[in-house]
Design a protein around this ligand. Structure first.
Ligand code: NAI
Length: 286
């Protein structure tokens, strides 16, 4: 039977989350999305108006179907944790049940279970600041949105993830090598995410036979990456220096995600898989 996937972190058709959804849909999976609450209205109206129809085209010519879009703010675990100013914020008041726990409950109510969980989200309010100029709040916010959000998602979805299922996230090599410009504690957040991938692989593997991996992706011109401000430089650098001298497409990451989510990867867990044209293997630029 077809598998069901929940992909957190899709709010347009430019990022890795969208490409992962497409590769999973092409492989026959049913697609559920979690979209950041402040971005939900634009995303849903664009979907309805057909703005994404061209990018919904799958290899067989059909259009990717999105069964349901859930509002989500992965910084909050349950409704009791949400501060008053967010509860009453205009961009949040129009939606409900968008904390991680409530979304997992809604998916359970609607569909019973899922087979694939994907975390394709990150946020660091001070990402443009060097680490030495990052505030405690900025650093903790980066960890909360980009690392703990994954722990929380997996924790709350684990009871409805079918045994044999797969969970994955997206990381970046700034966790282990110096990438000036990836600041605000985002490099720290990715290091935490990669370490957590190993620990969570153990815990979710023993508890429910769930595999946990992360893809260390090369640079992509997504909305989030443009906000950092150095994406063109990183793309040019990769094309100039990587073993494979081509621009990385989101689809290549999507396909790797589909592989990791499939039974073809049934013995792969706790790993960081580089999908970056091999740039990680270089010691110097040439
Ligand atoms: P994107 O902009 O398509 O995706 C980021 C998503 O996170 C957005 O949809 C945004 O609305 C959502 N988001 C932010 N805060 C949230 C919250 N509190 N709750 C729920 N959703 C929230 O950008 P991209 O680049 O595709 O990012 C996806 C993942 O890929 C991230 O983990 C990113 O760090 C990672 N990545 C991106 C690279 C790149 O060059 N674009 C390179 C390596 C990793």
């Amino acid at each position: 039977k077809g598998k069901r996937a929940f992909i957190a972190g899709v709010a347009d058709d430019n990022g890795y989350g969208w490409a992962i959804a497409k590769s999973l849909a092409a492989a026959g999976a049913e697609i559920l999305l979690g979209t950041w609450v402040p971005a939900l209205n634009i995303f849903e109206s664009s979907l309805r108006r057909g703005k994404f129809d061209e990018s919904r085209v799958l290899p067989d010519g059909s259009l990717m179907e999105i069964t349901k879009v859930y509002p989500l703010d992965a910084v909050f675990d349950n409704y009791e944790d949400v501060p008053e100013d967010i509860k009453t914020n205009k961009r949040y008041a129009g939606s409900s049940k968008w904390t991680v726990k409530e979304v997992a409950e809604s998916v359970k109510e609607d569909f019973g279970s899922i087979d694939i969980l994907v975390h394709s989200l990150a946020n660091g309010p001070e990402v443009t600041k060097p680490l030495l100029e990052t505030s405690r709040n900025g650093y903790l916010a980066a960890l909360s949105a980009s690392s703990y959000s994954y722990v929380s998602l997996l924790k709350h979805f684990l009871p409805i993830l079918n045994p044999g299922g797969s969970s994955l996230s997206l990381t970046y090599i700034a966790s282990e090598r110096i990438i000036p410009g990836y600041g605000g504690g985002m490099s720290s957040a990715k290091a935490a995410l990669e370490s957590d991938t190993r620990v969570l692989a153990f815990e979710a593997g023993r508890k429910r036979k769930i595999r946990v991996n992360t893809i260390s992706a090369g640079p992509l011109r997504s909305r989030a990456a443009k906000a950092i401000g150095f994406i063109e430089k990183m793309i040019d650098y990769s094309i100039a220096n990587a073993p494979l001298q081509k621009e990385l497409s989101a689809e290549e990451v999507g396909n790797a995600a589909a592989f990791l989510s499939s039974p073809l990867a049934s013995a792969i867990t706790g790993t960081v898989l580089y999908v970056d044209n091999g740039l990680n293997a270089m010691g110097v630029g040439v």
